[in-house]
Design a protein around this ligand. Structure first.
Ligand SMILES: *Cc1c(COP(=O)(O)O)cnc(C)c1O
Length: 256
């Protein structure tokens, strides 16, 4: 068990695996959207691989927004979806799998609809989903991939996300709003912030004020601290961060 504001330590995971040979799989979230942390999946992949176990990564909110050399790092299954950093619409998820491991999974699924092997086999046969295909989502996904390509690929998108995220943190810090994580562990996707000292407003008041002016933020989710969150996935540019920060400054100004 690890604190919300720290990352799982690869050395510790290695110890746990060495102590218990019955552990066959390790699964891990990459971009952790409760805290905003970007976990070190590369270091964990290494210790998991060295011990011959299977490594599964939830890259829901990082895939497409952060470079992930899936094969090189030794990730066996990486899961993401159409509607996060690929910037498509919600409707399907996808998994990039180590083929040998996927073959091994044949007949082992404990769920009909989530039978990955069966889905893969069917798609290989006739290119279809086993159930009704989410046609409009696939079309939007294809368009989103074109847009990702036009933007300059994952590298360019990642830079935009990182730049936006750093600018956001820098501007809010000047207003006395500190990030919960901060430093190297902070990912570029979503940031958890502490409220300014002695604030006299509720999240709802702040949320509505910002929403009325064109932007939406998230409530906090970590249990041991009073926080709110700002995500920056999607069609968000430097101007948006500047605009949002002006709105927030005006909001905080009301309580000075
Ligand atoms: C968004 C997200 C999910 C859930 O994704 P859905 O599209 O709601 O199914 C799961 N894990 C992480 C890390 C996420 O960011």
């Amino acid at each position: 068990q690890q604190d919300y504001d720290k990352v799982p330590d690869a050395e510790k995971i290695a110890e746990l695996l060495d102590a218990d040979p019955q552990i066959t799989h390790v699964s891990m979230v990459h971009s952790e959207t409760t805290s905003g942390i970007l976990n070190d999946i590369q270091a964990v992949a290494k210790v998991v691989k060295e011990r011959g176990r299977t490594f599964i990564v939830d890259a829901m909110s990082s895939f497409g927004g952060v470079e992930i050399p899936v094969g090189e790092w030794g990730i066996d299954f990486i899961v993401s979806s159409a509607n996060k950093c690929i910037q498509g619409v919600p409707g399907f998820s996808f998994i990039i799998a180590n083929k040998a491991k996927l073959m091994e999974s044949k007949g082992k699924a404990r769920s009909l609809s989530l039978d990955l092997y069966d889905q893969w086999e069917t798609m290989n046969k006739d290119g279809k989903w086993r159930f009704t295909s989410p046609t409009h989502v696939v079309l939007a996904f294809s368009k989103a991939l074109d847009e990702l390509h036009i933007e300059g690929g994952i590298e360019a998108r990642s830079k935009r996300y990182y730049d936006n995220n750093r600018l956001l943190i820098e501007k809010l810090e000047k207003m006395g709003v500190r990030p919960y994580i901060g430093g190297a562990l902070q990912g570029p996707i979503i940031t958890t912030f502490f409220y300014p000292d002695q604030h006299k407003f509720s999240f709802e008041e702040m949320y509505l004020y910002i929403k009325e002016r064109g932007y939406a933020i998230y409530p906090g989710k970590v249990t041991e601290a009073d926080t709110f969150r700002i995500g920056n996935i999607g069609e968000i540019y430097r101007e948006d961060i500047e605009k949002l920060c002006e709105i927030m400054e005006a909001f905080f100004g009301q309580y000075k």
